[in-house]
Write a protein that binds this ligand. Structure first.
Ligand code: NAD
Length: 491
């Protein structure tokens, strides 16, 4: 199969790519003898851009700028914050096509998905623009008539944020909009594997009139930058989206300095399809959702529990629909699944497949790399995998769908809850009894029944157990960026 676009097409796309840089104290910076790293196109394996790393002096400058800017930004009018966030929403709609194409070059997802990510994030900006005008405190009835008791909610201070490559625009804008909307300032390190979207975000805030120092963008060796920022006494809050092991490491570091954290970590989302579900509809929705972004989605459905009577029908249709998923360069209009974001994900996929096979699992379709250029991996369906296999216990973060049968609701809930993860979950059923059992019994931060309805601007997004701490979006979005101050006053 031909997964790549022509070298000529690639060259045209590279020519329109973002001018990568740092953004510190209102200035876009690059060159100056700074170390640089290559940015690779996962569809071709070619290095096509260079990303400058922040020096220690850059990090100090970003921290000091954020600290200085906080002194005024904390007192800024919510109307002013709202105006800037709205302006960024407007600019991002205008620029979505270019930003989206660059995201595809960076990490491979089909360009329609990438553009959709940018457009939908305009709503996140607008939501924060609206909600930041409603960050209310409260008055508590006093025990004495001459006492006034109040609860104030104040911005926490300088935030350090670390965002991943799978939704490079979405993950960054959520953290930036929440911090800025709350009156905090922020130093963000975006994903070095997929940097263009965060540079584009910095440009839009700059053009929208955000004062220098409120938003600062740095790049570097992730572990070195995060340690330096988290340990800095200037930083009061840490927000990370990424894998569970790194999240635990960063949360422990933040805990050592008693800093607040928001952690959006990995998941291993169970799907429970009951016999009474609309099987064909469930199957078609799930194939679409499973292979979106090549399965590199923290809330991707990853363990498919199908009730016994529906199992054969579900799996047969799932395989048939999986066969129709067209894999190729995300720049091609009819492609539904692009390459994996980087080459280290190919051996990771092979490990899941090898382990499944060794434990008696059956590869129904896929299970292998496609072609030799780029990081393409076939959409894969597995059956007969035991619950203790690697793919059923570790987050695959790739296009692999293991399907297993179950008998009863209690049994499936116990199996679904057996892992330390608790991000998202899915159930398909026409029975209100089953739906209620899942809502009440499943251990996850988000539960989707008969559709996928999460990750909207107005709904909270977050996990429990090892999958994280705190929520982004919804009315909860500012909670992690505000201190609670109690004031009591007597005449
Ligand atoms: P990884 O754990 O090396 O990195 C994940 C992300 O964290 C990357 O963006 C990376 O730059 C960043 N990171 C790594 N070490 C860091 C550190 N010490 N300080 C700050 N940032 C750091 O894994 P990977 O190979 O890039 O991605 C695969 C795994 O990452 C997946 O298995 C998945 O669990 C997880 N992941 C999760 C999400 C999510 O949305 N929750 C997003 C991307 C990756």
């Amino acid at each position: 199969m031909n997964t790549a676009i022509s070298p000529e097409q690639a060259a045209v796309a590279y020519a329109g790519y973002e001018d990568l840089c740092l953004y510190i104290d209102g200035e876009f910076l690059k060159g100056g003898g700074r170390r640089e790293q290559d940015v690779f196109d996962p569809a071709t394996g070619k290095a096509f851009a260079r990303l400058p790393h922040a020096t220690r002096a850059d990090l100090d400058r970003a921290l000091n700028a954020a600290q200085r800017a906080f002194q005024t930004w904390r007192h800024s009018s919510p109307l002013e914050r709202s105006r800037i966030l709205r302006k960024v929403a407007e600019l991002s709609r205008e620029r979505a096509k270019d930003i989206g194409r660059n995201i595809t070059l960076d990490m491979g997802k089909p360009v329609a998905e990438a553009v959709g990510e940018v457009v939908s994030c305009s709503e996140h900006c607008e939501w924060h623009a609206e909600e930041c005008r409603r960050i209310y405190g409260r008055v508590i009835p006093p025990r004495l008539p001459n006492v006034r008791q109040m609860v104030l909610r104040e911005p926490i201070g300088v935030c350090a944020a670390f965002t991943p490559w799978n939704f490079p625009y979405n993950q960054a804008i959520r953290k930036i909009a929440a911090a800025i909307g709350a009156g905090c300032t922020i130093v963000i390190k975006g994903p070095e594997d997929a940097p263009s979207a965060v540079v584009a975000i910095a440009r839009m805030f700059h053009e929208a009139g955000l004062p220098p120092g409120v938003l600062n963008l740095v790049w570097g060796v992730p572990g070195e930058v995060s340690e330096y920022l988290i340990k800095s006494p200037i930083v009061r809050k840490v927000s990370f989206t990424g894998s569970v092991p790194v999240g635990k490491q960063l949360a422990a570091m933040a805990g050592g300095h008693m800093k607040r954290v928001t952690m959006e970590l990995g998941g291993h989302s169970p799907v429970i399809v009951f016999d009474d579900a609309e099987i064909d509809r469930a199957c078609d929705l799930l194939v679409g959702f499973k292979f979106r972004n090549a399965g590199q989605v923290c809330v991707s459905p990853t363990r498919f529990y199908i009730q016994e009577k529906a199992f054969d029908r579900f799996v047969a249709r799932f395989i048939e629909k999986t066969r129709e998923v067209k894999v190729g360069s995300g720049l091609q209009a009819d492609v539904r699944m692009g390459p994996l974001a980087h080459d280290r994900r190919l051996p990771a996929m092979a490990q899941f497949i090898d382990d499944a096979r060794a434990r008696g699992g059956k590869v129904e379709i896929g299970g292998e790399r496609l072609g030799e250029i780029g990081n393409f991996f076939a959409p894969t369906v597995l059956t007969q995998v035991p619950d203790d296999s690697l793919v059923m216990t570790s987050e695959p973060f790739g296009p692999i769908a293991p399907c297993v049968p179950f008998k009863t609701v209690d049994e499936v809930l116990a199996r679904a809850n057996a892992l330390p993860y608790g991000l998202s979950s899915y159930a398909f059923t026409t029975s209100t009894k089953n739906a209620l059992a899942v809502q009440n019994g499943i251990e996850s931060g988000m539960v989707n029944i008969n559709h996928f309805g999460q990750a909207l601007a107005e709904t909270p997004f977050g996990g429990i157990k090892d999958s994280g701490i705190g929520s982004e979006g919804g009315t909860e979005t500012f909670d992690g960026y505000l201190n609670t101050k109690f004031v009591t006053q007597m005449d």
